[in-house]
Design a protein around this ligand. Structure first.
Ligand code: AMP
Ligand code: MG
Length: 492
């Protein structure tokens, strides 16, 4: 194959062989391009036009292994819905290698849906087109909102059918990019084997890659753990502030880098309810919206436990270190959440007495079944009465909000920002467009009929983070009763 298209520098495949299995993607019959993310390609120093070419499409489908790639499937374990699985791993994903981006950060380039691996268990290693497009849309929306996340570099179709009884669906491959794919479950895997040498190697690798300042600490493993706790606290706060429900916060779906990963049965809420659950398999509501912070805390406790052998040679001291590190999670989460909520409400800071302002607003939304996104966006419009009031045609506060709105306007008047500053800041914290479930579903069903226009249109809009205008009403509006998507399904 011609010249270097990816400037690979593969650090994970230089780790000991018990961290992964070397294997190539499974070739597919007839690859076809769907979309290439040219902004991301540019960041990674990859020619987007080449990615979209015949040769690039063959690479993205797994039919040609690019020069410099050392394809591997990584091993991990994890708690799935609270139950322990001693061995998981990349069952339908292959890491092609790592590249250094223009921002000097290291990025994994992974094909998802590229065939069976030793970790596939009963699965076929394939991905249907629907979940691939869903992940593409939602991950890129998250990136546009400024939330740390895995990215989508490209999607291709494979020209074969994937069987998900009772259906045969078109197959696809997503090229996923993340700062790494190292999960809490990766640490749990080696901890459960009591492979302390591997835990030390993995810890050093994560420090090098994600928490370089921790190397200078007296206790680098502890400093790394502190860094992960802080990153996850901030991440989950950002999910809460956008009304995002991850849906499958298993320990194998939480990254050490603090990026969002594994867009399976995830969704943004339309009408707000704190107990909202979407995932069809989450019968207990374990991963309901309001549980996400405590689940993240629980997951981090598992990471901390897995780190005990490397936190201190004395077991008791190590356990104390682990406990101290995770005990700060609730405070870190609260302060990240309160900072974000202050911005959403147009305040420089949320003072203690403002907490009730925030909780009462959410309480009203719950009782009134208000659209989470539009309620906050409408509030941003009201922050400057002379500005365009476009969202009002889609959402207006009911009478029930009158007293609250009055309290809110009195409170913002005491805040030191000007109305202009406040509104700019509120607009950026309160997006007008989210990838609403019914839009994602419509984009997918059209794509299955080989019409990718609504998929591309939705992505173009989300990537551009546009302001509201009436021409975009159809994308901003909440679902009609007959359009509401009540459940989402895993990407398998
Ligand atoms: P997830 O719920 O997407 O995090 O997947 C849980 C585990 O199942 C991971 O180890 C996946 O690699 C594996 N898995 C999911 N779907 C498939 C599939 N179609 N074929 C093989 N393995 C899969
Ligand atoms: Mg997963």
């Amino acid at each position: 194959m011609s010249s270097f298209r990816f400037h690979f520098d593969n650090s994970y495949s230089r780790l000991p062989s018990r961290f992964y299995t070397k294997l190539e993607p499974t070739p597919v019959p007839n690859p076809g391009p769907v979309r290439v993310n040219s902004g991301l390609a540019d960041l990674l120093g990859i020619d987007a036009d080449w990615l979209a070419s015949e040769e690039g499409t063959q690479v993205l489908a797994g039919n040609r292994v690019p020069e410099g790639s050392e394809p591997i499937a990584t091993v991990y374990a994890g708690h799935q819905f609270g139950g322990w699985s001693p061995q998981l791993g990349d069952g339908r994903a292959i890491l092609l290698g790592e590249v250094i981006g223009r921002d000097q950060l290291r990025y994994d380039i992974q094909l998802k849906g590229s065939g069976r691996t030793p970790y596939s268990r009963g699965g076929d290693g394939k991905a249907p087109l629907g979940p691939v497009l869903r992940e593409y849309i939602v991950s890129e929306a998250m990136a546009a909102f400024g939330v740390p996340t895995s990215r989508s570099l490209a999607a291709v179709t494979t020209g074969e059918h994937v069987f998900r009884p009772p259906e045969a669906l078109p197959g696809a491959v997503l090229t996923r990019v993340a700062q790494s794919h190292i999960r809490i479950g990766t640490f749990q895997y080696f901890y459960s084997l009591q492979d302390v040498a591997a835990l030390q190697i993995l810890t050093d690798h994560v420090i090098n890659r994600h928490y370089p300042a921790a190397a200078l600490s007296d206790n680098p493993a502890r400093a790394m753990l502190d860094g992960v706790v802080a990153a996850q606290a901030s991440l989950v706060a950002q999910w809460q502030l956008l009304g995002f429900i991850h849906g499958v916060m298993n320990t194998d779906n939480m990254l050490l880098s603090g990026e969002t990963i594994d867009y399976g049965p995830c969704a943004f809420m339309d009408a707000f309810h704190p107990d909202r659950v979407f995932s069809s398999i989450d019968h207990q509501g374990r991963y309901a919206y309001s549980n996400q912070p405590s689940i993240a805390h629980w997951n981090l406790a598992n990471l901390a436990q897995s780190l005990v052998p490397v936190l201190d040679s004395d077991r008791e001291r190590a356990t104390t270190q682990a406990q101290e590190a995770i005990d700060v999670f609730p405070d870190l989460f609260q302060s990240a959440y309160r900072r974000g909520m202050a911005r959403k409400l147009g305040l420089t800071e949320l003072e203690a007495e403002d907490d009730s302002l925030a909780t009462e607003f959410l309480g009203l939304m719950t009782r009134e079944q208000s659209d989470f996104t539009l309620a906050f966006r409408r509030l941003a419009e009201l922050a400057k009465p002379a500005s365009a009031q476009g969202i009002a045609e889609l959402f207006e506060f009911s009478e029930a909000y009158a007293g609250w709105l009055q309290r809110w306007s009195q409170r913002v008047e005491q805040d030191k920002q000007s109305a202009d500053e406040r509104q700019v800041s509120m607009f950026s914290a309160n997006p007008a467009f989210i990838p609403r479930n019914h839009l994602v579903e419509a984009a997918i069903s059209n794509a299955i009929e080989e019409d990718f226009s609504s998929f591309n249109q939705l992505l173009d809009l989300l990537e551009a983070s546009r302001d509201y205008d009436p021409g975009l009403r159809e994308i901003a509006r909440p679902p009609r009763a007959d359009e509401i998507v009540a459940q989402t399904f895993c990407g398998t």
